[in-house]
Design a protein around this ligand. Structure first.
Ligand SMILES: [Zn+2]
Length: 375
């Protein structure tokens, strides 16, 4: 088997509430679209187990894990110092268990690839890149990515290249490995002046022995396919080739899409297909195909997320999707979708950027590459 897909119906328990933008139903929409299109088969699906507390503590403080547990069991306390019980991260029942399952799924994906059982493994419930050591942030309780990378470092002694394409900066992972020269973090995101969490400037380059191995490409609001692909192509292949990773971990949030309600970027399926293909090829060229792919942001759960993640899976599993989504799939979800479900798998409208961002982004990339002396 070449690629594995980690999935559990219990991912649906990671849910902050009805009105909250993070809706785990997107995982069912995506998986059912892949299945209905004949792109995903039962033998490719691996069930995850919740991560142990011992594993969680390789990244999170014991006190924080304890607070998450107690809140999820209904204990009342003010946990805003830990980022919990806030508007972004409200408390929900059994949140420790739900968060541990997401981490366990990423651990499963990392271990399957590191041990050579599969070349690529995908956990779209993962990619919770904002969680910190002792603080929830941006809908992320436990940082499955950091725990996964920690395992790859300690247990498998691998050099890890982490690439984060979410519209938001991958801050939690960056700070966790900020001084580690064996973990490269590379994030392309909307400039922090305009979007949460605010960090991710080009001068955040790492510290101590890790100096130079934190790479940030903040792009301007309204950046479209053309400029984003140019930034991606100017930085990602060059940085990854020079770093020579043993494995690539990719966060494939799709909230940079032009229809996404939470960011101001203007990408279409063209940019996402380009990025998936490029990283897929780089993994084969640089590290024998070892590639772990995680989800992340994506808040248009009916029109955008299922399509973009299906295109991602098609790329990784070397399958060519038909142009249209199946009528059965559209019928299945019609009852709960506010708009008719999309007929075309790829975007047909390509918003052209009306703001002159290309020059600004070009300058950002030039300044960044100038400060990466190890290239
Ligand atoms: Zn995001």
């Amino acid at each position: 088997m070449k690629a594995a897909y980690i999935h559990s119906e219990r991912f649906l328990s990671y849910r902050f509430g009805k009105e909250h933008p993070f809706n785990p139903l997107r995982l069912e929409l995506a998986r059912s679209l892949m299945t209905d299109m004949g792109l995903l088969f039962p033998q490719e699906i691996i069930l995850p187990r919740p991560a142990s507390e011992r594993l969680l503590r390789t990244v999170h403080s014991p006190q924080y894990v304890n607070i998450v547990k107690r809140l999820g069991q209904g204990e009342k306390m003010d946990a805003s110092l830990f980022g919990l019980g806030t508007e972004d991260n409200p408390v929900f029942p059994d949140m420790h268990r739900a968060g541990s399952l997401v981490v366990g799924a990423t651990i499963r994906a990392c271990a399957a690839v590191a041990r050579g059982l599969v070349l690529h493994a995908v956990n779209l419930a993962g990619g919770l890149h904002h969680a910190h050591r002792a603080c929830a942030s941006g809908f992320c309780i436990y940082n499955d990515i950091s725990v996964g990378i920690r395992l790859l470092r300690r247990h498998y002694r691998m050099r890890v290249a982490y690439v984060d394409l979410d519209a938001h900066h991958g801050d939690g992972v960056q700070w966790e490995f900020y001084d580690d020269p064996d973990v490269l973090t590379l994030s392309i995101h909307e400039n922090g002046r305009y979007l949460f969490p605010g960090s991710g400037g080009i001068h955040e380059l790492g510290e101590g022995p890790g100096l130079g191995f934190s790479v940030n490409v903040p792009v301007e609001p309204f950046t479209d396919d053309e400029s984003w692909i140019w930034c991606f192509d100017s930085v990602v292949p060059r940085v990854l080739s020079s770093f020579r990773p043993d494995i690539i971990v990719l966060q494939f949030g799709c909230d940079a899409h032009y229809l996404d309600p939470l960011s101001h970027l203007s990408l279409t399926s063209t940019a996402f297909i380009h990025a998936a293909r490029s990283i897929h090829q780089l993994s084969h060229r640089l590290c024998a195909g070892r590639l772990v792919v995680l989800g992340g942001g994506g808040y248009d759960v009916f029109s955008v997320v299922p399509r973009i993640w299906t295109l991602l899976w098609a790329e990784l599993s070397d399958r060519i999707p038909t142009p249209d989504t199946p009528p059965d799939w559209r019928a299945r979800w019609r009852g709960i979708s506010p708009l008719p479900l999309p007929v075309r798998l790829r975007d047909e409208n390509t918003p052209k950027c009306q703001v002159p961002v290309f020059e600004v982004n070009r300058l950002t990339v030039a300044r960044l590459l100038d400060s990466l002396h190890w290239l």
